[in-house]
Every structure is written in C-alpha cells, then in structure tokens.
Design a protein around this ligand. Structure first.
Ligand code: UT7
Length: 329
C-alpha cells in the first residue's frame, strides 16, 4: 500500500507587503532583497484574532470541496506549524473543530521549515500500515506574528500562508515512494525563538528584550541549508536510480533563491523543472511546499517523478521522492 496525494489546495492572505513598503519600515532596498534573497513581496494575515488556524481552515475547506470529501470522512489531520494559534491545545485540534472534522485524531508537528515534509512522511506511514484512509496534511504559518519588523536581517524573508493535501491509499506504484528525514539539534543555536517556552516563560523582561521574535544567524543557516538540501536531494535521486532526465519537478523549500539555485544545480536540473514562487510569497515556513504544489497542480501529470526537499529550524532537513497520482482535472 502506498500513500498518494489525491488533492491539494492553498490559501494566502490578501494583504501584500512589498519591498517598497518594507524599505519604509527598515533600512533596506528592493535591490538588496532581490539580489540576496529573491523576494519581491509576501502576504500578511491582518485582523485581530486571526491566526494560523484560519489560513489552514481556508486551505482545507477548498481541498474538501475540490475532492468531494466530507469532513466526517477524514480520519487523521496533521498540522505542521511553528506559529500555533496558542501553546496548547494543538492548532490541528482547533482546525478540526472549525471544519467539523469529528471522526479524526489530530496533532501538530513542529519541524521548522521542514514541517510539511516531516508531516507528509508521518502521514504516509499511517496509510501504508493500513490504519488510516483519508488524511489531511496542512502546512500553515503566520510568520508575521513572530517577525521583528525592526530587524532588517529577518523581516524581508518571511510571509504568511497555508497549503493542504489529501492523502489516500493506492495499490498503484504512486505517491510517497521514498523519504529521508534528518536532524542536527546543534542548529538550534543559530535559529530559534528565545522566550515564551518553559525555559524562559514570557515576562516584561523578555518582551522588552524582543525575545519573542525569530532569532536567526543568517550565514550559518544559509551554509547548512545549501549543503544539506543539495546533499539529501542528490542522495534520494541516487538511491532511486533517478537521473536529471527522470525528474519532472523539484519542489524546494522557498527560503532563499540562492539556496534553491544551489540545490537545482547539484541535481543538474534546469530552472524550468523547479517550482519557484518565493518572489511572490516569501518564506511561509511550513506553507512553502504545499503552496508550490498547489500553484503547479494544473501542470502535474500522473506518474511525474517529483523530489520535495526542505531545510529549517532544528536544524531539520529531508527529501521525499513522490510519484504524482493524477492528471490535471
Ligand atoms: O527557512 C529557514 C531557514 N532560513 C534560511 O534559509 C535563511 C538563510 N540565510 C539567508 O538566506 C541569508 O543569510 C540572509 C538573507 C538572511 C542574509 O543574507 P547574507 O548574504 O548572508 O547577508 P549578511 O547577513 O552577510 O549581511 C550582509 C550585509 C551586512 O552589512 P555589512 O555588515 O556587510 O555592512 C548586513 O548588515 O547586508 C546587511 N543587511 C542588509 N542590508 C540591506 C542585512 N540585511 C539587510 C537588508 N537590507 N534587509
């Protein structure tokens, strides 16, 4: 039994924060951001009380409609996120309640920017062992809730968004065929949120010290990301005997255009086989991979070999070899 993606949908908020507006907030320019990162604009979720679950709900509602699936048919929902609605309960539980998903269990997965990748692999195991039949995996992040808009080194990078897939069993040789997941916790020193957890609970001091925002040392993160995303993508191709000609699409995490280029280059893939929307959405953390698949869905054909790869906080990284399961509808 294999786990096939049988539907995909995405959601991005309406508000567009472009580089011009950002350059009025911090000392930066469109030219610097485009050259160093490759982002022109990102979406921001506005509105009091609007959180990650609201974007996930929009993505999943459309997914259920597209796939003619009733909420009660879903038997597992996994939400990958680093910006949960609240510390507990899990955002996945909140999403299930808002959508009337009553016959499922649900939980969150925190693997930084590799969250969707980790969640998709986890979900595929529940299908492969026969215990679940209709699983939703959603990657959703409201990064604007933890971005410091006075820090020019991090604020251009991130945006808000969500993407969701429906996963179902198939007896054909389709869906998630292989995966590699990896972690090195030493990376936590370079990318984390200093306060708000059990080590440093929120206090007036932590707020004054701006410790509830993303802390990132860009250069080490960049070096690790380039190395690990390229390594793991090459490894998964090799062990599945895939050459560049066999791969229809690369779906890379959208953190930096230069990291995407380096990965594609190592895989010897031309740019027209690489899904790239970083210019319009930025880094939506757990949202990047499903948002790419959603935008490219009309071009995907049954049997297409797809490599999905990501790198993120932890450090976490990995790759999936996926065979697309349906033709454009
Ligand atoms: O998805 C989660 C994983 N995260 C990532 O993958 C991010 C990985 N890292 C990166 O993408 C890059 O390191 C950044 C985009 C964060 C930074 O790019 P960089 O080429 O590594 O720049 P840098 O940090 O070395 O800074 C170069 C210069 C510095 O000025 P000086 O010291 O050379 O005078 C910075 O102060 O650029 C300056 N700088 C900026 N200038 C204009 C930093 N941010 C900005 C800015 N606008 N927004």
């Amino acid at each position: 039994m294999k786990a096939a993606i049988t539907g995909i949908n995405g959601y991005v908020p309406e508000y567009i924060l472009n580089n011009e507006e950002l350059s009025r907030m911090v000392d930066t320019t469109d030219e610097w951001i485009m050259t160093r990162i490759g982002i022109k604009e990102r979406r921001i979720l506005k509105g009091v009380g609007a959180g990650t679950s609201d974007m996930a709900v929009e993505a999943i509602r459309g997914l259920l409609e597209k796939t003619n699936t009733k909420p009660e048919e879903i038997d597992l929902l996994i939400c990958a996120t680093v910006t949960p609605d609240m510390q507990f309960p899990a955002t996945a539980n909140i999403i299930s309640d808002k959508l009337g998903i009553k016959n499922a269990f649900s939980f969150d997965m925190n693997a930084g920017c590799s969250g969707f990748l980790y969640a998709l692999v986890t979900a595929s195991k529940f299908i492969e062992c026969g215990s679940n039949k209709k699983i939703i995996v959603v990657g959703a992040d409201k990064m604007s809730s933890i971005v410091d808009y006075t820090d020019r080194a991090t604020c251009p990078i991130f945006g808000d968004g969500a993407g969701a897939v429906l996963l179902e069993p198939t007896e054909e040789n389709l869906g998630v065929l292989d995966s590699i997941l990896a972690v090195d916790g030493v990376g936590r020193h370079h990318l984390h949120q200093k306060a708000g957890g059990s080590v440093k609970p929120p206090s007036h001091e932590t707020i004054d010290a701006r410790e509830h925002f993303i802390y990132q040392e860009g250069q080490p993160v960049f070096k690790w990301a380039v190395m690990k995303m390229a390594d793991v993508s090459e490894e998964i191709m090799k062990r599945n005997n895939l050459g560049a000609d066999d791969v229809a699409w690369l779906v890379p995490h959208q953190a930096n255009m230069r990291i995407i280029d380096a990965t594609a280059c190592r895989m010897k893939l031309p740019k027209d086989k690489v899904m790239i929307n970083i210019e319009r959405f930025g880094n939506t953390t757990a949202g990047t991979l499903p948002l790419c698949l959603w935008e490219w869905e009309p071009k995907l054909k049954k049997g297409d070999n797809i490599i999905i790869t990501a790198f993120g906080a932890g450090f976490t990284w990995g790759a999936i070899y996926l065979k697309w399961a349906y033709d454009p509808k």
